[in-house]
Ligand binder design. Structure first.
Ligand code: TEU
Ligand code: CA
Length: 534
């Protein structure tokens, strides 16, 4: 079923924890489960409904844990399985649900299956769990096809015996072969393993991946759909089988898909009642701060989700993209593009912060669920001046430094104190934090009623108690071209001014919350307001 109308996830505020950057409990400079457990009261206080953990499994950490070597355990740098179970119980006691990441498209080159495949050699059943192929060219010295890794360079790497294996991401992330039934059975068992441990949902990494056209045809540089490695029909069979498993557990255990698909109708096919419950809507990540464009992406999400009965979700930032304070503070166009992180383009941080505050109220007022990426509630910005030798993201190396990678949005969270590591832990932080963060620690912001943290706390709590917000419908209010205005029933209006001049507020009974100061019933530029209307 698509869930009862009141199912918890339909309007949930879900907080994303990038574990190694969240809080360090043992002083080794890397975030861990002990750190999260110590900060659960902070998260409960923030007013979120669930936490989504980026991968916490054993991993050589070539791609921050998205290279999994054991799907049934916890990386020792993060803690133990027992600790994860304690964390799940403690979160539940605070009314917080737990979603974990699952990475079914690929594993680590240190996964026992891949090690076995290397040892067993060409033609072995072990190799058939992955995509091993002979190369092209006279001596097999060329990759089997022209597919490119999403981290740059060919999607194939050659092994000692001359065969090549496929990896859509780094060469340390071999792609599973989902034509092999052992892969299907293995993942179904992994799902049960974690549902049995009490998790409330799974975020599916590269959910449009998994299935490849077994002919492995060249794409000749085409990057638009349909592609032989994305959004193939067979992937829906996988999720129908997975949904039977989640539905067999009590409570609403959910799947959240990560699909980067340009076509909203094909996107919504994953959200059918017997497949995934929900998926990340990434439209805001590439949409400039422009009323017309934002209205269009909002409308298109509403239109594509309605026929399948799934609520949309709203995402402003995550661990893969430039933080939105920075995106919105870029001069000129404020769109975002992966391949063009535009480090060095001037950023007006005050402007970006004001817009980020308004965007928070906008997304939290829209129908459906909302994601909060750790640190966005503190108004953190992208750290662009990380020295090259400290950068960790494989994107940086694979693109030969053309793309600085994603470290700038993964800098460890400042919790308190006046100097790095800002109580992230007692032993430093795995990426350098800027001195300016002294004014952006959770502790400093908690004491300031005008801080981003105070805004998020108020907004998330109002959102949780306000019957008009979360799942449901909205109606646009006809307004000025630079203004976004809509109502939610009963009696709630959200207005966002994206233009250069203050605008008069519509008729209202009271102001519930504003993202910045207002003057004489006028909404200043780059400001949002929630109104009680009748
Ligand atoms: O990302 C999927 C993805 O295709 C992009 O978000 C990718 O990170 C980007 O193209 C790189 O510049 C997911 C995870 O969110 C990401 O962190 C992982 O690196 C990736 O899968 C591989 O597991
Ligand atoms: Ca640690």
């Amino acid at each position: 079923s698509p869930g009862t109308p009141t199912a918890w996830w339909r309007g949930a505020a879900i907080y994303q924890v990038y574990l190694r950057s969240f809080a360090d409990g043992n002083g080794d400079g890397i975030g861990d489960l002990a750190g999260v457990r110590s900060r659960l009261p902070y998260l409960a206080d923030l007013g979120i409904d669930a936490i989504w953990f980026c991968p916490w499994y054993p991993s050589p950490m070539d791609d921050g844990g998205y290279d999994v070597s054991d799907y049934r355990d916890i990386d020792p740098s993060f803690g133990t399985l027992e600790e994860a179970e304690l964390l799940i119980a403690e979160a539940h006691a605070l009314g917080i649900r737990i979603i974990i990441d699952i990475v079914p498209n690929h594993c680590s080159d240190e996964h026992p299956w891949f090690e076995a495949a290397l040892a067993a050699g060409p033609g072995s059943p072990e190799r058939q769990r992955f995509w091993f192929r002979p190369g092209r060219g006279e001596h097999g010295e060329l990759p089997p096809n022209d597919w490119q890794s999403r981290f740059g360079g060919p999607a194939w790497t050659r092994v000692g015996d001359g065969e090549w294996f496929l990896h859509l991401y780094s060469s340390r992330q071999p792609d599973f072969n989902w034509t092999n039934q052992e892969v299907h059975a293995e993942f179904r068992d992994i799902l049960r393993f974690w549902f049995d441990r009490g998790i409330d949902g799974l975020r599916i990494d590269v959910a449009d991946g998994l299935i490849k056209d077994p002919q492995l045809p060249d794409v000749h540089g085409v990057t638009t759909v349909p592609l032989p490695f994305s959004d193939m029909d067979g992937v829906h069979d996988v999720y129908r089988a997975w949904r039977e498993i989640s539905d067999s557990y009590p409570g609403e255990r959910i799947f959240v898909g990560e699909m980067w698909l340009p076509d909203p109708v094909r996107f919504a096919r994953y959200l059918r009642p017997d497949e995934l419950h929900s998926a990340f809507n990434f439209d805001f990540l590439s949409c400039p701060w422009d009323a017309k464009r934002l209205r269009e992406v909002i409308q298109s999400s509403m239109d594509s989700h309605r026929p399948v009965g799934a609520p949309p979700t709203w995402v402003l930032s995550n661990h893969d993209v430039t933080r939105h304070v920075t995106r919105y503070g870029r001069s000129g166009d404020t769109g975002f593009e992966f391949a063009d992180r535009r480090h060095g383009t001037p950023v007006d941080r005050e402007l970006g912060t004001g817009r980020a505050r308004a965007a928070a109220l906008l997304t939290m007022a829209l129908p459906g669920g909302v994601y909060v990426y750790q640190g966005e509630e503190l108004g953190l910005w992208e750290i662009e001046d990380i020295p090259d030798e400290l950068r960790q993201d494989p994107v940086f190396e694979r693109t030969k430094h053309a793309d600085p990678g994603r470290d700038g949005c993964r800098v460890p969270i400042p919790w308190g104190s006046a100097a790095p590591p800002f109580s992230f832990g007692t032993g430093g932080a795995w990426l350098p934090q800027p001195a300016e963060w002294a004014a952006y620690t959770a502790e400093a912001e908690a004491a300031d009623p005008d801080s981003m943290l105070s805004l998020y706390r108020k907004a998330l709590r109002i959102r949780r108690d306000e019957p008009a917000l979360g799942d449901g419908e909205m109606s646009w209010v006809v307004s000025l071209a630079d203004v976004i205005a809509f109502t939610r029933d009963p009696g709630f209006t959200c207005v966002v001014n994206l233009g250069p001049e203050p605008v008069a507020l519509p008729r209202h009974e009271s102001v519930i919350l504003a993202s910045g100061p207002m003057t004489d019933d006028h909404l200043p530029p780059d400001t949002a307001v929630w109104l009680r209307t009748s």
